[in-house]
Design a protein. Structure first.
Length: 502
């Protein structure tokens, strides 16, 4: 894994890491459980609103962690209720050992949980853990609903019950934790929506597993140090050696999209940017863009026509990266032009907005491209590409992104507060939350930033990840400057230098 990705494990990788620590490194499993449970107890004590605690324990090792937490809390003076969801003889071996170490654990029916937890200053969810997948059924549903209904902070052990640790998928009821204490390393389900929405504050607790486990994580969290890979302008640099970006797009009523992508590209360090736009609108771009070149291409009624292809291809020959689709519209001739350009442009290509819509129902044709390809859909655009609704994409964000990458052979950036970037093998997740970006035009800004970092010489996957984290940081900086709810795309462009700062 790249050293600028912080490892983020799935359930299988965590199981393998645990097994290696126990079998190959000789660390007793009960010792790992003891450390884990005490970390949960510490978080629960900090979150508690009174000195009473209820710990809801499942049958597996997650329940064992909860029983350790119960004992640790009692040692510090808490009044503790350890509530077992099954008979003690059905617990895992390590969980059963911790029942024996705790005097007073009692089995309860899920229907009794609400009254058993009433008055607690904190509740610990120790039901499922990272091995869970699928939909909670039967008594588990009532258990989760009871924990969600309690008037107290909820601390999840490893991951909120009902969340798939490998994907973030939530297929039924899930605990809405205020704090989650996970062990050794974060899990993908903590950071990917909808699981992210059930995590609350995430704390990663070391539990004594040494470094060096023979496990190759398939996913990582984007660290801003990826931006260190961007080449710096040297004394002999020119506007051409700093990277040329071409932005193709625009139509009547949508001139801002192209302008923002182009301005973002030069603010991100591209030395030269050109917009290829409808000829009958070129005068608008000449006025709007002082630092960007413009080329008027064959058009009708403010829309690019298929006849513009050769002119655009000529401009693309000089570009180090091309952005295609910004504000182009969905007129049939324009869509044909996008499809032709996608096939024939030999430079690295970033496709956004109407460029994506032109490939709805024909996504597999993108695999014929030989040069790097970056797709930047939000959930609605991804749904059109994969022929399903946006709600289905939202429920399975990791699966959807990987599927699109496999079909196209390109890099897929699935936008969101948990933006996912994958090339089918590597998968990266953005952890810099920036709700300030929830405003029109910021996606165009992101496309321009990706193109600029590729044009400057970064490897496309790294460039895409670098642009994502810099974009989010720029959004946050803009919010601090003009106000959280007052940010517009132009503010984000102005804040790109702060987003790129090392």
């Amino acid at each position: 894994m790249e050293d600028w990705l912080d490892p983020c494990l799935d359930a299988e990788e965590m199981r393998a890491t645990d097994a290696w620590a126990i079998k190959d490194q000789g660390i007793p499993s009960l010792e790992l459980m003891e450390t884990a449970g005490r970390a949960v107890a510490e978080a629960a004590a900090q979150a508690a609103t009174s000195s009473s605690a209820a710990i809801v324990c499942g049958k597996g090792n997650n329940g064992g962690d909860g029983l350790v937490a119960a004992r640790a809390l009692r040692e510090t003076g808490f009044q503790v209720e350890a509530l077992l969801l099954g008979p003690p003889d059905e617990l895992s071996d390590d969980a059963r050992a911790n029942v024996d170490r705790f005097d007073g654990a009692r089995q309860v029916d899920p229907g009794e949980l609400e009254s058993a937890m009433r008055g607690s200053g904190v509740v610990i969810d120790a039901v499922f853990g990272t091995g869970f997948a699928g939909t909670p059924r039967g008594p588990a549903v009532a258990t989760i609903e009871a924990m969600n209904g309690v008037d107290a902070p909820v601390v999840a052990t490893d991951i909120a019950s009902g969340v798939n640790a490998s994907t973030g998928e939530v297929e039924g009821p899930a605990v809405a934790a205020d704090v989650t204490v996970t062990f050794h390393a974060p899990k993908l389900g903590h950071w990917v929506t909808p699981g992210k929405e059930h995590t609350g504050e995430l704390r990663v607790a070391p539990i004594g597993i040494p470094d060096g486990a023979p496990v190759e994580p398939k996913a990582g969290l984007i660290n801003p140090r990826v931006l260190e890979l961007a080449p710096i302008r040297a004394a002999g640099s020119t506007k051409f050696s700093s990277g040329q970006v071409l932005v193709v797009g625009g139509s009547r009523g949508l001139t801002g999209a192209v302008s923002m992508a182009a301005l973002a590209s030069i603010r991100t360090g591209a030395g030269y940017a050109t917009v290829a736009v409808p000829a009958d609108l070129e005068h608008i771009f000449e006025i709007k863009l002082t630092e960007v070149m413009s080329v008027g291409c064959a058009s009708r009624d403010g829309k690019l026509r298929p006849a513009a292809s050769e002119q655009i291809l000529g401009q693309a020959e000089r570009a180090a990266c091309v952005v295609l689709g910004s504000g182009m519209g969905r007129e049939q001739g324009t869509q044909r032009l996008i499809q032709e350009l996608t096939e024939r442009i030999e430079a690295p290509l970033v496709i956004d907005a109407d460029g994506l819509n032109a490939h709805a129902g024909r996504i597999e044709k993108l695999a014929a491209r030989k040069a790097p390809l970056v797709l930047t859909p939000h959930a609605g655009e991804m749904g059109r590409l994969l022929d399903r609704d946006s709600e289905a994409i939202g429920k399975k964000r990791v699966e959807s992104a990987r599927e699109a990458a496999a079909l196209t052979g390109g890099i897929v950036l699935l936008k969101g507060d948990d933006t996912i970037v994958t090339d089918g093998d590597r998968l990266a997740v953005n952890t810099v939350s920036s709700p300030e970006l929830a405003t029109a035009g910021t996606g165009d800004v992101l496309s321009g930033m990706i193109a600029a970092l590729i044009a400057r010489g970064m490897e496309p996957f790294a460039a895409t990840c670098g642009a994502v984290v810099a974009h989010s940081r720029a959004g946050r900086e803009a919010g601090g400057r003009v106000g959280h709810d007052s940010v517009i795309a132009g503010d984000v462009i102005d804040s790109i230098p702060a987003g790129l700062a090392l």
